[in-house]
Structures are given as C-alpha cells and as structure tokens.
Design a protein around this ligand. Structure first.
Ligand SMILES: [Zn+2]
Length: 197
C-alpha cells in the first residue's frame, strides 16, 4: 500500500535526526498523527522557533538578547579565565560539571585546512581580541583531543600574548573523544589535570 504524502514527508524529516532510522521514524510519526491538533501545532511551533534562537555575541552560547547568562554575570568575568570549547554541547557539558566558574568561548569547530576551515572561520581572531579586551590571564583549551584539536590548540597558543597562560586539558579523555559524551566526574578530572602549552 502507498502511504499518504503527509506521512512520507513527516517521516523523511524525522529521519534527518541523527540515530533515527526508518522504522523508528514511522512508529513515531504514526504516534504523532494521533495527537490533538493544538498539541501538534505547538510541537511544530517549538521546532520553528529554533530557527530564531539567539547566540551570545561574546562567547557563542545560547542567549536571550545580546549576551548570555554567563557573560552577564560579573563574577564570571572577574575570574579572568576563559574556557575554550569546540561546540555548544561541549560547553554545556563543562557547565554541568559545575567545576568551572569563568567565561566560555565556543569555537564551533576546529582548524581543518583541507575542509577550508581556517582561523577566521572558527573565530580565533575574535577570541584573541576578547582575551586582550577583558584582560584575561588564563585560557583553558578544552578542545577535544584529535590531530585537528591539538593543531587548533597550538595555533591559539601562538596567537596569544606571551603573558597569557594557555592550558590544555586531556587527562582521562580518549583521543577522538568529545566532552559532550563524558560524565561530570571525568570532565572535572580533565579540567583539574591540565598542562601548560
Ligand atoms: Zn556569552
């Protein structure tokens, strides 16, 4: 039998979610089709609103307005320390560990010359300016361990003024791993055991 176009379209969209296969998508969409109209409209609206999500102009974290909750808090800025992460989910994982009380900087990727991702694309010049403007003394490079991650860390070190200390985390982190998949205890250990580069 042929499925209605509306079902097919919904399944195709649902399958774009990582880890969702065709079978799961069908089952979920059939379940959703039984929801009340107002529930479906609200579900659709919530997804639509994601398109207009705002990000902090300073660090790249979620925000409502120009600055995020972290950047708005004076005690976080007063710590004089920035934790540099690859992605928003890594940032949320570090924040959830509760061990870090400074500011963040979300790169949104790592250097990858072959893929055309250079320092500008991941905002390194903006990070360096921010360090100088805020008088930051320490940078924790919580970039995930990989060849590109290590190269990105070295590049950032090289771009920083000499009086700014740059420390790389890594202890307990598997090569190719990501902060977002680690538990808070491992993140805490990785943050405690960092070395100067
Ligand atoms: Zn911010």
């Amino acid at each position: 039998m042929n499925y209605p176009e509306k079902i097919i379209a919904a399944v195709e969209n649902f399958r774009k979610i990582p880890g969702v296969g065709e079978k799961t998508a069908f089952r979920q969409i059939l379940g959703l089709s039984k929801w009340r109209t107002e529930e479906l409209v609200s579900f659709g609206q919530a997804l639509k609103d994601l398109a207009t999500l705002e990000y902090c102009i300073e660090c790249g974290l979620f925000s409502e307005g120009e600055l995020c909750d972290v950047c708005r808090r004076s005690e976080r800025a007063a710590a004089g320390i920035i934790c540099v992460v690859e992605s928003l989910s890594d940032c949320l994982a570090v924040e959830k560990s509760g061990q870090f009380r400074g500011l963040y900087h979300v790169l949104g990727g790592v250097l990858n010359p072959l893929a055309g991702i250079g320092p500008e694309e991941i905002g390194i010049p903006r990070l360096v300016q921010r360090v100088q403007r805020l008088g930051i003394k320490t940078l924790i490079l919580a970039i995930n361990p990989s060849i590109e991650g290590d190269a990105t860390s070295s590049y950032i070190r090289q771009e920083l003024p000499d009086d700014v200390s740059a420390e790389r985390i890594g202890f307990g982190m598997p090569m190719g791993g990501a902060l977002e998949f680690l538990d808070s205890m491992t993140i805490t250990k990785a943050l405690e055991n960092r070395k100067k580069i």
